[in-house]
Design a protein around this ligand. Sequence first.
Ligand code: IVH
Length: 693
Amino acid sequence: MVSPVATSDSAQTDPVARVAQLRELIEHHDRLYYELDEPTIPDADYDALLRELQALEAAHPELVTADTPTARVAGEPLVTFAPVEHAIAMMSLDKAFEFEELDAWMGRLARRMENDAAPGPFVCELKFDGLAISVRYEDGTLVQAATRGNGRVGEDVTGNVATIADVPRELKGAPPVLEVRGEIYMPISAFEELNAAQEAAGQNRYANPRNTAAGSLRQKDPTVTASRQLTWWAYQLGQVEGGPAFERHSETLEFLASLGFPVNPEVRTVPDHAGVIEYVNAAETSRHDHDYETDGVVVKVDDLALQSHLGSTTHHPRWAIAFKFPPEERTTLLRDISVSIGGKGKATPFAVLEPVFVGGSTVQMATLHNEDQVALKDVRPGDTVIVRKAGDVIPEVLGPVLSERPEGLEPWVFPETCPCHFSYPITRDEGDAAHYCLNPVCPFQLAGWIEHYAARNAMDIEGFGERRVREFLDLGLIADIADLYSIDFDRLAEVEGYGEVSVRNLAAAIDASRSMPLANLLVGLNIRHLGDAGSEVLASAFGHLDRILDATVEDLAAVDGIGPTTAEAVHAFFANGENRAIVERLREAGVNFEGPEAPDVPQTLAGMAVVVTGGVPGYSRDDVTAAIKARGGTSPGSVSKKTAVVVVGENAGASKLTKAVDLAIPRIGPQDFDALLETGEIPDSAVTGPVED
Ligand code: IVH
């Protein structure tokens, strides 16, 4: 994996290139975080990217663009819920990572004060790591709940929020209009319970409480949300009409508590700078004593008149700041460096650590990515190493504590053979960062392959994750992917943890996988270098697996979208006797080998990215995508600078539209869709300019 903050050689010296690279990285991670709830880098790394970009933009103002990620409130709303325009924008908070930055913030406040008054007192609150929500009451009745989205427009999640027990549906003594803002989260205990249930059902664990809470809130079916034990802390008023007049933020919190909203008991009003620092230190020390995750402290000016005097910048209120806890680092013993063999035989070194509690969980393994990374970090088995983990996913070994290195500790060398009992040679090709075990019957590789075959983007066999695959292998029920279709399910009856229903569901899922499209089967075959897109292309170009089996490297490479390396790999895969035998057994098991017919329609949209949001009359969602693809176009799930046109259909979501407006991408209505397909030209009726605010 490329380090999330990696610079290419040119970017290192060229600010223009680095700025472009940073923007791309930030947008990529925004999407993973806000739209897919699947962040792949710790918050601290993301913040580092944003700060580097800010610094470069400050040094090179000529590089600042209107759509730079530093100039907007991050987070696109999702498309699946109705848009809600916030009466008062849900701003994000400015962040401080060091005490000096907190001091600087206080200095700025002091300079804006009249008559040299002191900016205190301050309200200190924990910064909860969940999802911001705005809940609106009219005449004491809950009428709407919306996510933050991009700060101006969020998503309507009323039905789901209404299932949360701690969100009152009716209020007594509330003003005619009351908007309460707060943070929805999943208690750590509930998260662990949910994961225990996942494991018992043979399903993969959820990554962390924040993403799980986000996913739970974005369910189409509110009964799923209701089952997830979500709760929240109320921390801020939104729009209020009528009702009591408040002078202090602390009073508003007391008011919210009196109405029955959960207000966090750790809130404190402190007189001055020293009080803030004391609170922050105490909060960091006790951050793991709660049943919820915190990633910092929010400091707010208590005096509401002063808050309005201070006002806001375009994206942050000046009267508040979030002090973010540093990612936690601990030292521990590097017991060993082992190598794991993945589905395509990729051999990845990883650190075997003396277990250490860091960043909210116990870490005992961490990937070291590849041989070069191990050398670069110079970590050796026997070293004391620094392990870092921010509140979320990936723990990282930063490097050795050289002062504690025992004398004579040798550098680690990549093992020459696979750790499985075949001891097959592990090799590294020139120009490739990774090592591979190319033994087709490697048991480690097989487990990875079977898991991969069952994955959603391949044969989509639900309930067949890592744990079950290993169990089935251990029980001798399967030895490769073709065995899936002849499992003796009766044998499972005696195995603990396999109820009648789950066995029946699994059998049905395996059965259903027989009729998956050819492209999915190709993905499931786990051919090196062949990903989802390549599989699609091959399936539609050849139309049948047998034609792919018979194809030469040249035939394969002649397909648009298949490079020479992939063509070689596909050919080599099918030339291998073991793989051929598996393919034949899949055929006997009745697995579908046929693909879609090669398209016989003019390629009017060749190379065009057409994003569709909302419904197009006369077409199902799949039909829309198929119609675009059949004409050589692509239909990406999100709008970017490369989008040629956005079709704004019925009940379109706000996110794609907002992005299209921001980037000035032409937009057409559903009535023009057929004309677009036919001609590939964007009709004159398209709207391009930004919508007036
Ligand atoms: S107040 C204008 N208080 O932090 C101020 N926010 O970057 C509105 N958050 O979107 C926010 N704990 O999701 C506030 N005690 C707290 C908070 C908090 C967590 C989150 C919230 C917000 C983000 C701001």
